[in-house]
Design a protein around this ligand. Structure first.
Ligand SMILES: Cc1ncc(COP(=O)(O)O)c(C=O)c1O
Length: 408
């Protein structure tokens, strides 16, 4: 039995810092009350914990007013809140060809029902967006740009500031699912109008947590109305944040854990986490770069991506030939034939090596079309703060053996 190596952090991070589990246990055992609902001391303590989480998230993203943050179940809910609650009949939206289905599906739904029109900026074969391609797409009725900060498929990080500069006054909704917690995000300096984040990936919180920040002055129509614990004498929804968008009892146990996760990140420092991720990525890229049969997608530069690497195991190209075809990447895919299919490779890694990765389309088919890895998808190795260089060496060796059919 090999020691377990968890490399599926882009799906959800594991393990969590012990502080996260302790904070959740504390809430369950010692607090247990509903924040903002009652005046007794347990409810006050619950309220303090929830406020603390809002405050540390505000600190992480340089948000001046923590009340501009609302808690959601995940980033999908945060993205849907803006897409369904901010856009109006006749609006035009711009997005990219590297988005997750959490962005594309709600946008395509509104498009199909005649509510919005949609333009998709094509990214290159490494998943990079050229912000100069955006201005010609802007129309009088362009109401929103939705941007994936970093690809969950191949890690490519987009230049948010350049995009904001290109769109000017058009509000920017950033899907920070893959960057929140492991890459610096500053809503002021980056010009982010809506920041959608998930709590259970690099923010190190539990599943069922996430949130949305919105710049003061922007309004999102609630999709759910109900009890908020505030202005209870009125039969209409509060018109102030966060209550306007936080009806019903939240996942307060999870929010307690998320606060501890963000506390942990602030103590470590995002730059230290980013550096660790970069070292792991550089090590895996250099270990796999020359392996015959392995094609890696994305920027292939640790400083231009998150700690997520996608690869396929192909045949036909001779060892070293990838350099002649422009290095790794999808430019030469028509010459290739997938030899060990992603699902099979993932299964071998899982059963033979106790290495947990994700294979397939990773809920982002449009990104695979961009990378030319549709429909089979890729083997995705996604590293996190608790992975080590020793683990990366073991994984690289396992992939090398699979590529040379020596795994059994
Ligand atoms: C870029 C991106 N957007 C959205 C999501 C959806 O995340 P969640 O399931 O936490 O809502 C993910 C998760 O994989 C993602 O990587």
């Amino acid at each position: 039995m090999n020691p377990l190596i968890y490399l599926d952090n882009a799906a959800t991070s594991f393990p969590k810092p012990p502080e996260v589990i302790e904070a959740m246990l504390y809430f369950m055992k010692e607090v247990g009350a509903n924040p903002g609902r009652s005046g007794h001391y347990r409810a006050v303590e619950a309220d303090r914990i929830v406020s603390n989480t809002r405050n540390v998230i505000a600190k992480l993203f340089n948000i001046t007013n923590p009340d501009q943050i609302v808690f959601t179940m995940n980033v999908t809910e945060a993205l849907n809140l803006v897409i369904n609650g901010f856009l109006k009949q006749g609006d035009h939206v711009i997005t990219t060809s590297m988005e997750h289905n959490s962005v594309l599906r709600p946008l395509r739904y509104l498009e199909k029902h005649g509510v919005i029109t949609l333009s998709v900026v094509e990214c290159d074969y490494k998943g990079r967006l050229d912000s100069h391609e955006i201005p010609p797409m802007i129309r009088k009725n362009t109401a929103l740009m939705v941007l994936n900060h970093a690809s969950n498929v191949c890690g490519t990080i987009q230049d948010v500031r350049a995009v904001k500069q290109a769109i000017g006054d058009v509000p920017l909704l950033l899907d920070a699912a893959q960057t929140a917690g492991c890459f610096p995000i500053d809503v002021e300096a980056d010009g982010i109008d809506f920041l959608a984040f998930t709590g259970h990936k690099a923010m190190l919180g539990p599943q069922g947590t996430g949130g949305l920040y919105m710049r003061e002055g922007l309004t999102v129509n609630p999709s759910i109305r109900g009890g908020t614990g505030s202005i209870s004498e009125k039969e209409v929804q509060p018109d102030f944040l966060p209550d306007m968008l936080e009806s019903g009892t939240r996942n307060n146990v999870g929010i307690a854990g998320l606060g501890a996760g963000v506390d942990f990140i602030l103590k470590q420092g995002v730059s230290k986490i980013k550096e660790h991720d970069k070292n792991l990525t550089a090590a895996l890229l250099s270990a796999l770069y020359d392996v015959a049969g392995v094609t890696i997608y994305g920027p292939l530069k640790a400083e231009e991506q998150t700690a997520t690497i996608s690869l396929t195991i192909d045949s036909l190209l001779p060892p070293g030939a990838r350099y002649d075809y422009g290095g790794c990447g999808a430019v030469n895919l028509e010459l290739m034939e997938e030899d060990v299919y992603p699902a099979e490779a993932g299964n071998i890694l899982n059963t033979e090596y106790d290495i947990l990765v994700r294979t397939g389309l990773h809920c982002a088919p449009i990104a695979h079309k961009t990378l030319k890895t549709f429909p089979e998808g890729t083997i995705r190795v996604s590293m996190g703060y608790f992975n080590t260089l020793e683990e990366i060496a073991i994984v690289a060796n396992a992939i090398r053996r699979i590529a040379s059919r020596e795994y059994s």
